[in-house]
Design a protein around this ligand. Structure first.
Ligand SMILES: NC(=O)c1ccc[n+]([C@@H]2O[C@H](COP(=O)([O-])OP(=O)(O)OC[C@H]3O[C@@H](n4cnc5c(N)ncnc54)[C@H](O)[C@@H]3O)[C@@H](O)[C@H]2O)c1
Length: 439
């Protein structure tokens, strides 16, 4: 069992403090608000949350939770501190770090006077780079010690929802953390191991990013459901019924499917259907800002890829894939064809390796080249062999991945400029002449 101090006894801090104490850890809660400190020491929850009154009473009376404003006492009597102070928006919308900075300053001063190792674990929601750019420098400055060597640092975001916070603590949907060294990682593992949830141990900045990705995703889901609900109602339909049926599809709709960063969507359905639903909303005088944004963002992803290919500085580019996805010769609204067409218009030489489109032309299918209204002379730009395409090109655009192309393209990455829109191999990230669109 660990001794833990918790800085900030708000909604996150008090739930974490009470649950950790319930699990048998010794917890010291620290706050600048005297009212909250007095409430805890009187065995009363300082916030209203289901089940918390009884839990705080139980653990305070058992002597496993106390509160103080004496930072040195809290640091001296704990192995690790969790920083759970607020991060309200700054006036310009950026993350407000003043409370985190002030807590780190106080903790840093106390660490200076503590001879043994101490871990500082940030739980407040802070944007990627904040632990490294703000927390660590503040802790080092005020402790005069070195992070990762003299004291530990970790980032461990909280995902609980108010009103079901205790339930969420014991049955979390997600556990992720990053730590600079093993001692801090070990404390986080010990606390989380009893919970029935996979533990993602990653670098600090990835953990910071996951927290924002999670909350923003929740916000996007609410907004999408509301927008669909508004359109459905304007059509005389029950928006909640529509969304319930949508969510019943756990294979595609509510699943990791379509949740992998990469290139723009296209094909014969998605673009035209988003456009049609947006038109329908407009015709019913229903605002649909998210549907507008979806099409705008998709266009921005094509523009981003175009910039990446231009930045590669090649005169002749070989595309692996031109159809809208692998496994089909369908070219309707293929974002790869659109990207190629923009490059051709800009004077670049573009050729393609696409076994499915090639097969359609080779078999003289009546539908060969179907849906292509953007790439001139597509048939003459198809190169049947990948090796030949690679040899003829100054740079490669990996658009679609076909099983037999992975090894061959792997040999090229690093030796020839490569813009990867789908991800050739999971271990590749942008470096040197290799550029992945989102990695
Ligand atoms: N509320 C939620 O549901 C929730 C869920 C997950 C994550 N978060 C994140 O957790 C963080 C805390 O959120 P919250 O809702 O618990 O905030 P809160 O405002 O309820 O509590 C913050 C506490 O920190 C105290 N504090 C401020 N400066 C301090 C200092 N220097 N030392 C000690 N205590 C200090 C305040 O007095 C207050 O009691 C935020 O970053 C938030 O985004 C919140």
């Amino acid at each position: 069992m660990a001794n833990i101090s918790i800085f900030g006894i708000g909604y996150v801090g008090v739930v974490a403090a009470a649950c950790l104490a319930k699990d048998g850890h010794k917890v010291i809660a620290v706050d600048v608000d005297r009212g909250k400190i007095d409430a805890i020491n009187a065995a009363i929850s300082p916030i209203v949350e289901n089940g918390l009154d009884a839990l705080v009473k139980e653990v305070v009376e058992a002597g496993r939770l106390e509160a103080t404003d004496d930072v040195q006492y809290a640091i001296n009597h704990s192995d690790a501190s969790f920083v759970c102070v607020g991060t309200p928006s700054a006036a310009d919308g950026s993350v407000g770090l003043k409370y985190v900075e002030s807590a780190c300053e106080n903790i840093g001063r106390a660490i200076a006077a503590k001879p043994s190792f101490h871990s500082v674990i940030i739980r407040s929601t802070i944007v990627p780079g904040s632990t490294e750019g703000t927390c660590i420098p503040t802790l080092e400055r005020f402790s005069g010690k070195s992070a990762g060597a003299d004291f530990g640092v970790g980032y461990y975001p909280e995902f609980l929802r108010e009103s079901t916070a205790i339930e969420d603590y014991y049955d979390p949907g997600l556990i992720v953390f990053g730590a600079l060294e093993e001692k801090t990682a070990a404390i986080l593992k010990e606390i989380n191991e009893p919970l029935n949830c996979h533990i993602h141990s990653v670098d600090v900045r990835t953990a910071e990013m996951v927290k924002y990705t999670s909350n923003t995703w929740r916000a996007v889901k609410v907004t999408y459901a509301n927008e669909i609900g508004n359109i459905a109602k304007a059509c005389g339909l029950d928006g909640q019924t529509v969304m319930e049926i949508l969510c019943s599809d756990q294979k595609v709709n509510i699943s990791p499917y379509f949740m992998r960063p990469g290139f723009a969507f296209g094909g014969s359905c998605l673009p035209k259907d988003v456009r049609a639903l947006r038109y329908l909303a407009q015709s019913k005088d229903v605002a649909a800002p998210l549907l507008h944004a979806v099409l705008e963002a998709n266009e921005a992803q094509i523009a981003k890829a175009e910039r990446m290919v231009r930045d590669a500085g090649a005169k002749k580019v070989g595309f692996v894939g031109v159809s809208f996805k692998p496994g089909t010769d369908d070219l309707r609204e293929s974002p790869l064809a659109e990207l190629a067409s923009r490059l051709i218009k800009g004077g670049m030489g573009v050729e393609f390796y696409d076994p499915y489109v090639h097969e359609a032309y080779a078999n003289e299918n009546s539908t060969a080249g179907r849906g292509n209204d953007v790439v001139p002379d597509l048939a003459s730009r198809i190169v049947p062999e990948l090796k030949e395409l690679i040899a003829r090109s100054d740079a490669i655009v990996v658009g679609n991945l076909y099983k037999d192309t992975v090894d061959e393209l792997g040999k090229v990455s690093g030796s020839k400029p490569m813009v990867d829109l789908t991800r050739l191999r999971r271990d590749l990230t942008s470096a040197g002449s290799y550029e992945g669109i989102c990695w």
